[in-house]
Design a protein around this ligand. Sequence first.
Ligand SMILES: Cc1cc2nc3c(=O)[nH]c(=O)nc-3n(C[C@H](O)[C@H](O)[C@H](O)COP(=O)(O)O)c2cc1C
Length: 182
Amino acid sequence: MRTLVAYYSHTGNNRYLAKRLARDLKADIEPIRPRLNVFLFLLLSSWLHITFGIRKMEHDVGSYDRVILVGPIWMGNLITPLRSFVKKHGKNIKTLYFTTCCGGGDDEKNDKFGYTGVFRKVEQHAGKPCAGCEAFPIKLVVPEEKQDDDEAMMNARLTDETFKGPIVDRYIAFLSRIQNRS
Ligand SMILES: Cc1cc2nc3c(=O)[nH]c(=O)nc-3n(C[C@H](O)[C@H](O)[C@H](O)COP(=O)(O)O)c2cc1C
């Protein structure tokens, strides 16, 4: 079973998640590189739904049995690097998964900025249902007493030190869903 993990990350959380998935699934991994990799432009273009596209992937995306797309959520949007990727490759991907380390937790998942809407957008742009979508809210690694502290939430990072507890349970469940499908 050949797997490609394709990811975009600005501050490293989704890079950490992507690398971990690639390691555990013995997958190839590649960052999605926007043509114009300027944060403010990407933020604005995600919001306005415009894009200058992404650079050609080094791996042949369509040749993989499954592709796991990984990246953040900004302002409730499927961000432009991810949107460009699914629009460009969605048709050729045999089995697509999407996962995100996002800011909003499970209690906000159906809100305007929550992850459920983004899962739907991935499927819309890919033109096919995902075999699985999962969110790893950063909240899962922030102690409960700090979860109301915006700064602590914004500065929280997935690392080998923080990746423990409930996030690991969710991660293992996601991995086994992927593996049991193969
Ligand atoms: C400008 C901005 C907007 C964001 N908007 C959302 C949002 O709407 N929903 C959400 O769940 N998280 C949101 N987040 C949180 C990010 O998804 C979260 O910090 C993510 O882990 C960052 O991933 P990265 O480190 O891979 O770049 C936002 C973060 C930034 C910087």
